[in-house]
Design a protein around this ligand. Sequence first.
Ligand code: CS2
Length: 489
Amino acid sequence: MNAKSTLCRAALTSLTNHVLSPTWRDPAIGIVHLGIGNFHRAHEAVYTEEAMLAAGGEWGICGVTLQGDVSKRDALMAQDGLYSVVERGPEGVRVTAIRALKEVIAMPHDRTRLFELLADINVRIVSLTVTEKGYCRDPQTGDVELHHPGIENDLAHPDEPSTVPGILTAALRRRRDAGAPPFTVLSCDNLSHNGAALKKVVCSFARALSDDLATWIETQVAFPSTMVDRIVPATTDADRDAARAALGMDDAAPVPCEPFRQWVIEDHFPMGRPAWERVGAQLVDDVMPFELAKLRMLNATHSTLAYLSMLAGFETIDEAIAHPQLKALIHATMTHEIAPTLDVPASFDLLAYRDALLARYANSALKHRTAQIAMDGSQKIPPRLLGTIEARLNAGQSIDRLALAVAAWFVFLRGHADDGTRYEISDPLAARLTASVPTEPELLIDTMLAVKEVFPPVLARREDFRRPLLDAVKLLQGGARQAIETVGG
Ligand code: CS2
């Protein structure tokens, strides 16, 4: 063990095999990942590490933080990019040290280094977990939001970009100008058709600069879609303690997660990719059925649980799902309102999927905070809930439980639980959304449905949407626990 007892590459030899597989050859950087949060470090980085162990390849990762905050970079670089993954399941805790992350850089401070890497033809994949808001999309058209302040800035200064569309476009332009092949752009965010969505945003940004460039990106760059899944909470002291106990060293940046993981990837990588299929990823021609099932079953019920829990006072998902009526409501929402709208291959058993989700939510070792999931509702509600709602309304079907979820988000925006406990609203539209949250149900509905970034006007005008929303808001006035019981299973 090293003198300082802190995780670093020189200290790895002291680790025993259960936290570290012995056969490892240090790879060169082949992937730049934008948005180096906990999710990436417990998901793509783990698959990539295992793929290199199984089949080799130069697929080391450079992670990029886009928030201007250098603390994550500094903490990880002080450990040579090493960190541990702390898997928490019913069977106990399993700690693994991950080495695939070779470097971490922070924008805008390390812009020169970022563009040096993005120009390097050994970098064949640029992947992303930047959350919904990182895409800077116009929700109506799916094109880049031209009036987004960051986008305005990047269009005015295309060589000093700070947004995702700006960074990708600048890097791809340099590749094209150098006559070099483009990298593959891999979206790993919870958006429907995430590859196509990202392509549209990047191409529309590029088109605002140059038609030729936009056409080159459109025709030459691959944007495969993916479905990513692993529940990854924020790190707590308990995770640092678990890492220390397993490693015998301090790890300032461990990542907790559930044992379950899934990755379905559209197999379109002209420049090659790690052998992810060797370690459990599913490489398919069409990701869409998986993506929609995951967004509409898992993420939608996660958001439902989050808003109802914020009102009712459940702090974690396992605590929420241990409440029998809330569990019955979530079970019924998936069974009766969501699953019937999904068009999946015959081999995809949606009811088994539902049961597996309920079991994952019940994982009491994970402590996934409902406040974390409740963030960014304006970005999450449309892909998670509104598609299902529209599909049902178009088929003349009821949406009582889905309406309760949307109504719970409206009421959540007032900033306090049913017992008066206050909480922060973290959302890119927070200032507008919380400026006026009327208590009168009709007014509340009018105010919220007028937010065009969330509700397409055609949907907002529908009486068959408004009526169940109004009923749900009225029910929530008697408290979320009561509403859960009334709408029920
Ligand atoms: C969650 C997701 O925070 C959230 O909004 O719904 O991050 C969820 O845990 C992951 O998508 C699971 O794969």
